[in-house]
Ligand binder design. Structure first.
Ligand SMILES: [Mn+2]
Length: 277
């Protein structure tokens, strides 16, 4: 009995000795700016994770700013406007800069000059491609979950930093985008917990309110407002070369049959083959 009590006392004591916020506050990268940046072209997760993680690091005393590698898409722009957050500045070259990578770890998807950057951290939910090599130990966090912003949310909790409405809104935007409103196969229990907690901060009363916001995000993405036909065709576009035959596949989306017909009519005069799915 005595032994058991001693073991319990030891477990209780050792649990109390972990002070993770103090560890997070102790990470110091000096006075030079540290840029947090996602992949290119950026999606909502890449942009929102960069903004919200940079905000967390600032609260922890790091001179941190979010950047983007190329212009944001219409969905991200909708989320930023909805929560009244400015679009981050472009980073023309990462060469020689202090960098925290979010939502990617491959240089083929990164801002120019990333192979010559000083990478300080990686926060990601993708497979590890092996491009990131450093001379010193770094904070590298990859988790097999639905969205990088879920890791950012977890980092706020672990660091004991309060999440304001704007940052909650951006993390929510990213998670809903990456997990298709929690319906993608990549969605985990942690993503669901993050959404539940963040939607409360944002003030979405129930699942219906959250789903309404998600639909508006997707409407914005597929509205292609103010875009030329060329921009629409190349917004999600990959080139191929098979047995000497060069071709490309571009994906355009519409949410209703009427919008699909209008989009088809617009793109019809271009020499593209339209396959409706
Ligand atoms: Mn992502």
């Amino acid at each position: 009995m005595l032994l058991l009590l001693l073991i319990l006392a030891y477990v209780a004591a050792s649990a109390e000795t972990i002070n993770y916020p103090a560890f997070m506050q102790g990470i110091n990268y000096g006075d030079r700016a540290v840029y947090v940046i996602g992949h290119k072209p950026p999606d909502s997760d890449s942009v929102c994770s960069a903004i919200t993680y940079a905000n967390l690091k600032r609260k922890l005393g790091v001179n941190c700013e979010a950047r983007i590698a190329s212009p944001v898409n219409a969905e991200t722009l909708y989320g930023l406007k909805y929560f009244d957050v400015p679009v981050p500045l472009l980073l023309d070259s990462a060469a020689g800069e202090n960098i925290i990578l979010v939502d990617h770890n491959l240089f083929s998807q990164a801002a120019a000059g990333m192979d010559k950057a000083n990478i300080l951290e990686v926060i990601d939910h993708h497979n590890i491609g092996g491009d990131v090599r450093t001379g010193a130990p770094i904070y590298y966090r990859a988790m097999p979950i639905g969205c990088t912003s879920t890791i950012v949310w977890l980092s706020y909790l672990e660091s004991n930093v309060e999440i304001d409405r704007q940052n909650a809104g951006l993390m929510l935007t990213a998670i809903l985008s990456d997990t298709v409103n929690l319906h993608s196969q990549t969605t985990t229990e942690l993503d669901r917990q993050a959404v539940k907690s963040l939607e409360k901060i944002v003030g979405f009363a129930d699942e219906e309110a959250r789903t309404k916001y998600f639909r508006a995000m997707k409407e914005a993405l597929v509205s292609y407002a103010g875009m030329t036909e060329r921009e629409i065709i190349t917004s999600d576009y990959k080139e191929y070369n098979k047995s000497g035959v060069k071709f490309a596949i571009g994906v355009v989306e519409s949410l209703t049959p009427e919008k699909q017909a209008a989009l088809t009519a617009r793109l019809d005069k271009w020499q593209v083959i339209i396959i409706k799915l």
